[in-house]
Design a protein. Structure first.
Length: 111
């Protein structure tokens, strides 16, 4: 059985993996998702909070000490409930990242 090696206010790390959570029911607007990702991924304050900036951040992530990063999406159907286009674009940026450190996991269904 593994043990949690580090608990931070915004994320937790276990076995050299950082776990980041996006809860669709809490992210009814894209800005809330940007804020959550900025906190959990330790993104600097100057983060542009747009899809292009997110794509650049996900391609880098070199400041994160853990070898792996797992972004876990919960309640995907509730994500940006009133904007299917923004949801589609946001998930496309996440899913298209070629960063080998990064894995996207959907709990309760796939996008």
């Amino acid at each position: 059985m593994s043990t949690v090696s580090h608990i931070h206010d915004a994320y937790f790390s276990d076995n050299n993996t950082r776990f980041v959570f996006i809860d669709g029911s809490a992210c009814d607007h894209i800005d809330k998702c940007y804020d959550s990702l900025q906190q959990q991924l330790s993104i600097p304050e100057y983060f542009g909070k747009n899809l292009d900036a997110l794509e650049e951040v996900l391609a880098d992530l070199e400041w994160i000490d853990e070898a792996k990063i797992k972004i876990i999406i919960l309640n995907e159907s509730a994500l940006f409930k009133n904007s299917d286009a923004k949801k589609k674009d946001f998930l496309e940026v996440l899913n298209s990242s070629e960063n080998e450190k990064l894995e996207i996991i959907y709990l309760g269904g796939n996008a």
